[in-house]
Design a protein around this ligand. Structure first.
Ligand SMILES: Cc1ncc(COP(=O)(O)O)c(C=O)c1O
Length: 434
């Protein structure tokens, strides 16, 4: 009789967060000084769980995407059904039901002047396509225009066109010498609107402007800074009167964040081009769209082939992304979600009143489901104090990513009363602690 002796090497199960360090390079991270990332193993509704079993409320809906909650069963089922029918085909020369249905559903809820949908795969590429559409439109008309107009402190993404339109920061600073020509204006306020209008007039006169690009009503990365629809309307009107195309980057604001389906709904003068991503697929799939008016589309129709828009991404109109987006739009104005959106708006207003006079609060503002608190503390965007604040929130079981000294909440619409109250409590604790 033989005896089999197995010499097993002890298996050391390393944590995700440790294994991560070997090969991965994270976005927006200085790896020399950054903490290990949290290893996330599960997400449901407004909650995510790490590998140690700790749970966190995702109070910013994972960069404003997962508005119907993580692992939403309705959207997941739509993707599962789609993958069994048609996984993926390229979108040049071919089309498919999910893309067609999504275009129909989007056109039904977008401002009335939007009539064509162009697919991309993330927010930056949606902006890139929008800028290229504007520049090529004038090129097609042999009217060379080389200048964009954008707001100070704007953020439109990390590809070159999008970086050009963005205000100068650590995101695009190293590339300053390689960017497109952009003239910048401040966001309009009641006090400066006459001045800004005048400034715009001069810019329009002195430059060959193709487009004015803006984040309507709320500048996310700038620190959730809000401006009024009335002021923006005046600027759009002046640009449109001068034949300059207006591009609304609704990548952050789209799909209910500001109270209406789109921030552009508050405008009298509608944008010529719109960019959507993030909540478009509710975080389930990377997808984006650039929509435009019929007139813009027609400026690319010609017997000369090269006047078409020769711009493509391999994963354009991915059927799984389209299926996720269709299901998401079906949820957007469902009675349950409308009720939750109204609840969050009201709860934010009540909380804002509660903390407005706190000595550490410089300003608190709300718009739709967004609440932002500027702290009375000096903080660099990615400085030590800001990082300490971020860690403080994590320790208390809440994911909030302060933008410098601005703490903002943009929760999944499905967040419960108990969960939202916990987010408020943790912010109040931070006000007393720092
Ligand atoms: C207003 C706005 N535009 C564009 C982008 C870029 O989108 P993405 O990160 O998907 O490229 C963002 C991302 O935060 C954004 O908030």
């Amino acid at each position: 009789m033989y005896r089999i002796i197995l010499y097993l090497k002890p298996v050391v199960l390393k944590k995700l967060s440790a294994r991560d360090q070997k090969y991965l390079w994270h976005p927006l991270t200085q790896h020399q000084t950054a903490d290990e990332p949290l290893g996330i193993v599960k997400a449901k509704g407004a909650v995510i769980w790490d590998e140690e079993g700790n749970e966190y409320i995702d109070a910013i809906a994972s960069w404003y995407t997962t508005i119907y909650g993580h692992s939403n069963a309705y959207i997941a089922a739509a993707i599962t059904k789609q993958i069994q029918q048609l996984d993926f085909v390229m979108f040049s020369g071919l089309t498919h039901e999910p893309a067609v249905e999504l275009s129909e559903k989007l056109i039904a809820i977008l401002p009335d002047n939007q009539s064509k949908i162009f697919f991309n795969d993330n927010g930056s590429t949606a902006v890139e396509a929008a800028i290229k559409m504007a520049l090529q439109l004038y090129h097609n008309k042999s009217d060379k225009r080389d200048t964009l107009i954008a707001f100070e402190d704007a953020f439109h993404g990390d590809t070159f066109g999008a970086m050009s339109a963005s205000g100068l920061s650590s995101y695009n600073g190293p590339f300053e010498d390689f960017l497109l020509k952009v003239e910048r204006i401040p966001v309009p306020t009641e006090e400066n609107i006459t001045e800004v209008n005048e400034q715009l007039k001069i810019i329009l006169k002195q430059n060959a402007c193709a487009a004015f690009i803006f984040e309507p009503l709320a500048q996310g990365a700038a620190g959730m800074k809000f401006h009024s629809a009335a002021g923006l309307d005046l600027l759009i009107k002046q640009c449109q009167d001068a034949g300059v195309l207006c591009i609304a980057d609704e990548i952050m604001t789209g799909f209910g964040k500001t109270g209406s389906n789109f921030a552009s709904d508050y405008l009298t003068h509608k944008p010529d081009i719109m960019c959507l991503s993030k909540a478009l697929t509710a975080g389930m799939f990377p997808l984006s769209i650039t929509s435009c008016t019929q007139a813009i589309y027609e400026a690319f129709l010609s017997d000369e082939v090269h006047k078409g828009f020769f711009h493509a991404h391999t994963y354009s109109a991915h059927p799984l992304g389209c299926a996720a987006a269709i299901a998401s739009i079906e949820l957007l104005n469902s009675p349950t979600i409308l009720e939750r959106r109204a609840y969050i708006e009201n709860a934010h207003k009540t909380f804002a009143l509660k903390i407005v006079n706190h000595s550490k609060v410089a300003e608190v503002r709300t718009l739709g489901v967004i609440l932002a608190v500027d702290l009375n503390l000096e903080m660099e965007r990615y400085g030590n104090l800001r990082d300490a604040l971020y860690r403080f929130f994590i320790k208390q079981g809440v994911i909030l990513r302060p933008l410098g000294n601005t703490v903002y909440i943009l929760p999944p619409y499905v967040i419960t009363e108990v969960q939202l109250n916990k987010v408020y409590e943790v912010i109040e604790r931070a006000l007393d602690f720092f």
